[in-house]
Design a protein. Sequence first.
Length: 66
Amino acid sequence: ADKEGFLRSERSLIQTAGRAARNLNGSVIFYANRITRSMKLAMDETERRRRIQTTFNEANGITPKG
C-alpha cells in the first residue's frame, strides 16, 4: 500500500480497516516501504473515531463486549 492509487486512497483504507474492525479478532496491517499520506490520514481518522467512541462509552457506562 505504499503507492497512492486505486484501493489505496484514504477512504478505501478506512473502509477496509472498518471491515476488519467488525470482527472481534480482526486487525489491520499495512504492508509498505513507507507510510503514505493516505495511510497517515486513515490512521489519524481511525484514532479520532476511537477517541470519540471511548468518550461516549465512558459517559454512558458502556463496556465493549469481547
